[in-house]
Design a protein around this ligand. Structure first.
Ligand code: AZC
Length: 841
């Protein structure tokens, strides 16, 4: 490398290279130094935010050194790397995670106490990094944690949005969106102003033959926007590996205003150009499981794919290998279809820039890429308008057509005379305007396609991708069931439970090998253990009750059953079923005498989640929940028997408080609609039970922990189609108990009869697509069973412990190892030597 220090001078570097703090005194030295010099504050004006900043900077220093070494180690090892391309990374807070992964949280706790701070207050100062919508983005974050913890040479690539997912406030029961400007002080990113890529848009394609008779294709003119790399360290747990998450930020290619325009007096247009460039990475699209086909979104996708591919190819070229070895060095995972243009971009680089033959290039491309599908919902499947692509990326459209042509020719040879098949699998949909089917392009450009839970992977093979299974054979389509990182979702979110488990198992080794949890099962009869278990759950509930009181003003009884549904608000996730169930319960309470009421089990139903700003039905569901809460929480007949809470602004850091406090959580999507779900795993791992449909990963959770430990209800996915048909053509009637709920809503009891009427109409008049009425009876009966079961606390705790003991399968470590073995073909890097060096120093 040109810029490296000559060998004979390296000794000085090695001698003075910092080693980072390990003791409390060293930590205090570091934090005070940072507060006084880096932040220019003193003990006379050090608030909690300054203490957070100083702590973060001290830990950051440690991470940077391991990060640098990891990058060097991976470069020297010169082995295959995995690049995880995701438009969303829902990271949450970094400090607590860094402290735990580095293993120095106790040092920090004591050090901060010496300096006058409580570590919890300091941790709470951090703004969540919320560059994602929901499950898909959080899965990417769990994967980064596992890839680092398992020492895989892995990079994440994404966009550095200036605004993450909006902050939600509830005003008069309505959701209000507030911009999430999160970059004021972010110690966890490093601007690499020297790592930039120029990305082209618009323009036209010039095809000609050069002097040597060679066909040249050149994409000319248009507009250039510069991508600047921002790197975020990703520490593994209990390992020296710190991987890199590279996020791209857009700026005008000159980096400044256009001076010629500026000087000739066109100030406004000069500034407008700059702003247009910066707009590309300005904001995360706030839709979960919904695609809207906006040009700016396509620009984001290409900007990020082009910058990432350039970077990956640049790194490969430094190794001076032949192009045919590219797939031995590089694996690229497409997190849903959002990065599918990367397939086209690599083909363009290889053919137009590097001069490879089309077929040679295409073989490299398909060996490099693989694609994960996260949904079967039709409204979430990306389709980009052909005229839009034609205008923005003219060369890419040509390449897409060429890929399609050669693909369709292969299909025709294999299945001659099946014209309908050709139309069905074409990458181009003959609609008005024509569109490119991105999922099909991703399949054709990949060597493996996976779903995220068994049922989902079966469904994609038999429904949306059925024809492709015929064409490629079944082996291309596999299942990799999702997982979650036990570091954040057990150890960090629920430290007391983690400690109790460690005390029984003898160590924290289970955080690296979650299957060790099965050693807990013999303790289900240990009275003392069960008592401590129950105490921890209770303490977590007290903590949540305090949060509820502080944020909503409602006082809830921590002895009541806490029933939680937190996730994005979506009709398919059926928060409406839950709130109708709550109203049904309210009616039941009202119909009883005060003597009879005493026998009931008190319950707190807690909702949380954001609605996409343009999703009116979802917003109406939020409104209904809040209005129902107002009525029930203030009805003296009800008292502690039922409280309904909507928690504002559900996000990763709030999940860390809510999940450990749950007794029952709800995963009640219409069967066949939730690809996996991942919070179901988090809740069970934290000693909560679940009520759920036979959907997504609920099915595998049930298989692992046993049917007796899950409250299942509702229709099966295989019956959904017939039921829907019956809504229109059969002798169909709304469930009579549900009808009573509707009558109460329509009476105006909760206000706003007009818009709530639309929620009812979707069920009574518009075919009840999500089967709310079909599942209502089964749902409420199962809720009654939960009440009964909860009364026997001893039996309940037995179920919880047994379930936790059997959750080992759902770690994202298992999941990442499956991807590595069956899709990426990569090996972890050996860090034993590095660990020894560290142990000696
Ligand atoms: C989500 C699925 O809805 C959820 O079931 C799954 O657990 C999660 O991905 C992770 O695999 N899908 C999305 O968020 N999908 C899109 C396109 O937004």
């Amino acid at each position: 490398v040109e810029s490296s220090i000559p060998e004979h001078m390296r000794e000085a570097w090695r001698k003075y290279s910092p080693s980072g703090f390990t003791t409390k005194d060293q930590f205090e030295t570091e934090i005070v130094r940072h507060i006084e010099t880096t932040l220019a504050r003193s003990l006379f004006n050090c608030d909690e935010l300054a203490a957070y900043s100083g702590t973060a900077l001290a830990f950051r220093d440690r991470l940077i050194m391991d990060w640098n070494k990891t990058q060097q180690r991976q470069t020297f090892a010169d082995q295959k790397r995995i690049y995880y391309l995701s438009l969303e990374f829902l990271m949450g807070r970094a400090l607590d995670n860094a402290m735990l992964n580095v293993g120095l949280k106790n040092v920090a706790k004591e050090g901060l106490a010496d300096l006058g701070f409580r570590i919890e207050d300091v941790i709470n100062q951090e703004h969540d990094a919320a560059l994602g919508n929901g499950g898909l983005g959080r899965l990417a974050a769990c994967f980064l944690d596992s890839m680092a913890s398992l020492n895989y040479p892995a990079w994440g690539y994404g966009l550095r949005y200036r605004y993450g997912i909006f902050k939600q406030e509830i005003e008069n029961g309505y959701q209000v969106e507030i911009p999430d400007y999160w970059l004021d002080f972010n110690p966890w990113e490093f601007a690499r102003h020297d790592v930039t890529v120029d990305v082209q848009f618009y323009g036209w394609v010039n095809k000609y033959t050069d002097d040597e008779g060679k066909q040249i294709v050149s994409w000319q003119d248009g507009e250039i926007v510069t991508a600047v790399a921002y790197d975020v360290p990703v520490p593994g747990y209990g390992t020296p590996t710190v991987n890199n998450l590279r996020l791209w930020s857009s700026k005008a290619s000159s980096g400044e205003f256009d001076f010629s325009k500026f000087n000739s007096g066109e100030y406004e247009s000069a500034v407008a150009d700059q702003q247009r460039a910066e707009t590309i990475s300005a904001v995360l699209y706030p839709n979960d499981n919904l695609e809207r086909g906006k040009e700016l979104r396509l620009k984001q996708q290409y900007f990020w794919c082009a910058a990432s591919l350039f970077d990956i190819v640049r790194r490969f070229k430094k190794t001076n290998r032949k192009w045919s070895e590219f797939p031995d060095q590089v694996a690229i995972q497409l997190n849903d279809t959002h990065p599918t243009l990367a397939v086209v971009e690599l083909q363009r680089i290889l053919v137009d820039k590097e001069g490879l033959e089309w077929q040679t290039a295409w073989d490299i491309v398909t060996k490099t890429f693989s694609y994960t599908n996260h949904t079967v919902l039709p409204e979430a499947l990306e389709k980009w308008s052909v005229p839009l692509i034609q205008n923005l990326l003219p060369r890419h459209l040509q390449i897409i057509y060429e890929i399609n042509l050669s693909f369709l020719q292969t299909v025709e040879r294999r299945f001659p005379k099946d014209r309908e098949l050709l139309g069905r699998v074409s990458l181009i949909e003959e609609s008005q305007p024509k569109t490119v089917r991105m999922a099909y392009l991703a399949i054709v450009g990949s060597h493996k396609v996976n779903g995220v839970a068994e049922l989902h992977s079966d469904l994609i093979k038999t429904t949306i991708f059925k024809d492709f299974v015929r064409i490629y054979g079944p082996d291309k389509f596999i299942n990799v069931t999702n997982g979650i990182t036990p570091r954040r979702w057990l150890h960090q979110a629920n430290p007391r439970l983690s400690e109790l488990i460690a005390s029984k198992l003898g160590s924290y080794e289970f955080l690296k090998d979650l299957t060790l949890l099965n050693k807990l099962e013999p303790f289900v009869d240990d009275k003392e253990f069960k008592k401590e278990w129950a105490e921890i759950k209770y303490a977590n509930k007290v903590r949540l009750a305090q949060h509820i009181l502080k944020t909503t003003g409602v006082s809830v009884n921590p002895k009541a059953l806490f029933d939680v549904q937190v996730k994005r608000i979506h009709e398919y996730k059926r928060q409406q079923l839950n709130v109708f169930g709550v109203i049904h319960r309210y009616l039941a309470i009202k119909s009883l005498s005060s003597e009879e009421r005493k026998k009931l089990a008190p319950r707190v139903t807690i909702f949380g989640g954001k609605a996409a700003p343009g999703y009116w039905m979802a917003k109406t569901i939020i409104h209904l929940i809040n209005k129902v809460g107002e009525v029930i929480n203030n009805d003296p007949d009800v008292g502690d028997l039922l409280k309904v809470i909507f928690l504002e602004d559900y996000n990763v850091s709030k999940a860390e408080i809510i999940i450990p406090a749950s007794d029952i959580s709800e995963h009640i999507s219409t069967a066949g609609t939730e690809a996996s779900g991942t919070s179901n795993m988090k809740f069970v791992l934290n000693g909560g039970l679940i009520i759920g449909t036979l959907d997504g990963a609920n099915i595998e959770i049930t298989r692992e922990i046993g049917e007796q430990n899950v409250f299942l209800f509702g229709n099966l996915s295989e019956d959904v189609e017939d039921l829907r048909h019956n809504h229109f053509y059969g002798d169909y009637q709304v469930d009579p108990e549900l009808q009573k709920v509707f009558d109460l809503i329509k009476s105006g009891k909760f206000g706003d009869e007009g818009s709530f009427g639309a929620l009812i109409g979707a069920i009574t008049e518009h075919g009840d697509y999500y089967l709310v009425s079909d599942d209502f009876n089964s749902y409420t009966k199962t809720q009654d069973l939960i009440d009964e079961t909860f009364k026997n606390q001893d039996e309940w705790v037995t179920k919880c412990i047994t379930s936790v003991a059997r959750m080992g399968f759902f770690t994202s470590d298992r999941c990442i190892n499956e991807y590595a073995d069956t899709i990426w073909n990569i090996e972890p890097l050996d860090v034993a030597e590095e660990k020894q060096v560290r142990a000696r120093t």
